[in-house]
Write a protein that binds this ligand. Structure first.
Ligand SMILES: Cc1ncc(COP(=O)(O)O)c(C=O)c1O
Length: 366
């Protein structure tokens, strides 16, 4: 049996007519940039989160970059984040000229270790970017408290965490900014690139609106330097359809994760944790195993696709080492990058596929 890592076609097949209708309406109106779908999507996304103001942009990377610009972060400033993340978190920081300061992670959640942040704060530190990696929120309570103490901005990288929660409050609403990606494979994915920034502050929202649209509030009147990073109407129309399914799809992901957790009994494998009061949305289902490469090979032979998120931490990437010295001591990050393996995870997975994956893992032997 073939099990792909993700399967976007099967999702489209379930919502074909709704999507096609939404797209036709956009073509019919032929208003492709900053029209009613973007505006409505921004409102509906905030209704979904139960708070904030949303500014829809071209990608998750731009959402992070625009948030940093809105904080006034520039050359020489320091921004604290993790090395165990997708490279975009780091790229958004260096794009502003700021210096990324990388902190080690908690070995159980794979998220920033809140106890290791304070020692990295200097008088140049301007912001912290916690990443809610794989769909499990970072410890926002501790992070926000620390940020208040040192007067730092908090920019949540929620690009993998649409709908995840801590004590019922959705990720993206804890910091000054919450940044989401709508890359097609995300829990809420567009049919192309897309992203959004959410903020609680109306003034920051206005700044973001102008920054995403050439620095103008009124056409051809440019109050600041801005860029062009707008979500387009087609993607907004598609996302409006898919947003209605997000909770259902997240619950399906959680059901799959429960089956993995309950049924995988291999002594070589440990399953991901979900902390008390945290609501994990399993963008990725990442197991830990000392025998990672052998297990990946074994599953590949059984026609089961897996991936590694991420095989090389940011501070060991060539692009990082060209710019910065690696004087970071990140043993947990380095250790975990050798042991993690992401199993197939998408809402449309069949029970037979899940059983087959579990059986194949349980049969693995070294
Ligand atoms: C943790 C994280 N941050 C940032 C991004 C960047 O998002 P995008 O690909 O939409 O630019 C992604 C997604 O790919 C991500 O997973």
């Amino acid at each position: 049996m073939f099990v792909p890592f993700v399967d976007l076609k099967s999702q489209y097949q379930k919502i074909t007519s709704e999507i096609n209708d939404a797209i036709s309406l956009v073509f019919g109106k032929s208003n492709f940039i900053l029209g009613e779908n973007v505006k409505k999507f921004e409102e509906e996304f905030c209704q979904y989160l139960e708070g904030g103001y949303a500014v829809a942009v071209h990608s998750g990377t731009d959402a992070l970059y625009l948030s940093l610009l809105a904080c006034g972060i520039s050359s020489g400033d320091e921004v604290i984040t993790v090395s165990h993340t997708f490279i975009a978190t780091y790229l958004a920081i260096v794009q502003t000229g700021a210096i990324p300061i990388l902190v080690d992670i908690d070995p159980s959640t794979f998220n920033i270790d809140p106890d290791k942040i304070e020692e990295k704060v200097t008088d140049k530190t301007k912001a912290i970017i916690p990443v809610h990696l794989y769909g499990h929120p970072a410890n926002m309570v501790q992070i926000v408290e620390l940020a208040k103490k040192y007067n730092l901005f908090v920019i949540e990288d929620a690009c993998q965490a649409h709908g995840s929660k801590i004590s019922g409050k959705k990720a993206g609403l804890f910091g000054d900014f919450g940044c989401f990606s709508f890359y097609p494979t995300k829990n809420l994915g567009a049919y192309g690139d897309g992203g959004v920034v959410v903020t609680q502050d109306e003034k920051l929202r206005d700044k973001l609106l102008s920054l995403r649209n050439y620095g103008q509030k009124k056409k051809y009147f440019h109050e600041r330097f801005g860029i062009n990073t707008r979500l387009d109407e087609l993607q907004a129309a598609i996302l409006r359809v898919k947003l209605n399914y997000l909770d259902e799809w997240n619950n399906l992901r959680r059901n799959i994760s429960k089956q993995y957790r309950d049924q995988i009994n291999s002594p070589y494998v440990s399953c991901p944790v979900e902390m008390d009061q945290y609501f994990h949305v399993y963008h990725l289902y990442v197991i830990k195993t000392y025998e990672r490469d052998q297990l990946q090979e074994w599953l590949a032979k059984k026609d089961i696709q897996t991936q590694i998120h991420y095989p090389i931490p940011v501070h060991l990437q060539k692009c990082f080492l060209k710019e910065f010295k690696n004087d970071f001591h990140l043993p947990v990050t380095e250790n975990i990058s050798k042991k993690i393996l992401s199993l197939p995870m998408y809402p449309e997975m069949s029970n037979d596929q899940i059983k087959y994956i579990v059986k194949s893992i349980n049969e693995f032997n070294v």
